[in-house]
Design a protein around this ligand. Structure first.
Ligand code: ATP
Ligand code: MG
Length: 253
C-alpha cells in the first residue's frame, strides 16, 4: 500500500527505455479523485509512452503505478479496465463498418463480458440492451446518429463516440491520448463540450501537444521535455514557471 491514499492514480519515479533511449525518465505524476489534468509536451517528449505505462500497455523498467493505493505496475491492461481505468487511443478506434449504436453496444459488451466474441455476435448486436447505452447516446448527443454507419459520420463525431464508448461502463478514471488530433475547431469544441460534462464526475487525464485548447478545463498540468517531467502542479502556476517558459513554450509554439 502507498502512503498517499488521497491520490486515485499515482506514478512514482517511472523510467521506460527503448534500447539505449530513455523515453520516460524518472517521472512522477498523480491524479486526485475527480481531478482533470493534462500532460503536455512536444513531439517525442514521452507522453504516449508514459500514458501506456498508466494503461498497462508498457511495463516500466523502474518505478511503480498505484491505483487507490494498490500497486498495479505489472497488471495487464484488461485488469486495469476491470478496476475502472479506461482509455482511448491516439488514433480513432471505432469500427467503421458498424452502426454508431453498435459501437457502443460492442464497447459495453467487451467491458461487461469475460467471454470472447463469438461469430454470431455481430448478427445479434441488437440483443445487447442496456439503459447505460441509451443514456450514453443521450448524454453525448449521439441519439440522432445511432443508426448511422460509423464510416459515414465526421471525425469529430467519431471522437465523441470514442469518448462515449470509453464511458459506457462508468469507469472511475479516463485517459485520453490526443483526443483532438486531426479535428477542426468546431469539432474540437464539440469534444470539449462533452468533456466539460464529465468534469468533477470522473478522474481525467488528457495528453496533448499544446495546452491552449484545454487550459481553462484542466486543474493540473504536467509538462514533459525529452522524457523528463520538468514541472507539474496547478495549471497557471506550472505554465508560468521559469523552466516551463524556457523549455516548453519554445518548443510548443
Ligand atoms: N515502441 C517504441 N520503440 C522504440 N522507441 C519508441 C517506441 N515508442 C516510442 N518510442 C520513442 O520514445 C520517444 C517518446 O515517444 P512518445 O510516443 O512517448 O512521445 P509523445 O510525447 O507521445 O510524442 P507525440 O506528441 O508525437 O505523440 C520518442 O523518441 C519515440 O521515438
Ligand atoms: Mg504521443
Amino acid at each position: 500500500m502507498n502512503s498517499n491514499s488521497q491520490m486515485i492514480l499515482q506514478a512514482e519515479n517511472i523510467t521506460k527505455r527503448f534500447g539505449g533511449m530513455t523515453a520516460v525518465n524518472n517521472v512522477s505524476f498523480s491524479l486526485a479523485k475527480n481531478e482533470i489534468a493534462a500532460l503536455i509536451g512536444a513531439n517525442g517528449a514521452g507522453k504516449t509512452t508514459f500514458f501506456n505505462i498508466l494503461t498497462g500497455n508498457y511495463i516500466p523498467e523502474e518505478g511503480a503505478i498505484y491505483y487507490k493505493g494498490q500497486d498495479i505496475t505489472r497488471l495487464s491492461p484488461e485488469i486495469r479496465v476491470d478496476l475502472g481505468i479506461m482509455r482511448t487511443f491516439q488514433l480513432a478506434s471505432t469500427f467503421d463498418n458498424l452502426k454508431v449504436i453498435d459501437n457502443l453496444r460492442l464497447a459495453y459488451y467487451r467491458a461487461t463480458n469475460k467471454f470472447s466474441l463469438r461469430k454470431t455476435f455481430f448478427s445479434r448486436m441488437d440483443r445487447i440492451v442496456s439503459a447505460k447505452i441509451d443514456e450514453c447516446l443521450e448524454t453525448f448527443n449521439l441519439t440522432k446518429l445511432a443508426d448511422r454507419m460509423t464510416a459515414n459520420i465526421s471525425l469529430g463525431e467519431k471522437r465523441v463516440l470514442e469518448i462515449a464508448m470509453s464511458l459506457v461502463t462508468d469507469p472511475e478514471v479516463l485517459l485520453l491520448d490526443e483526443p483532438f488530433a486531426g479535428l477542426s475547431e468546431v469539432e474540437i469544441d464539440e469534444c470539449l463540450t462533452v468533456l466539460r460534462q464529465q468534469v468533477h464526475k470522473k478522474t481525467i487525464l488528457i495528453v496533448e501537444h499544446k495546452i491552449s485548447k484545454i487550459q481553462d478545463l484542466v486543474e493540473k498540468v504536467g509538462v514533459m521535455v525529452e522524457g523528463v517531467m520538468i514541472a507539474s502542479g496547478e495549471t497557471n502556476e506550472v505554465l508560468n514557471c521559469e523552466r516551463v517558459r524556457k523549455e516548453y513554450w519554445k518548443t510548443a509554439e
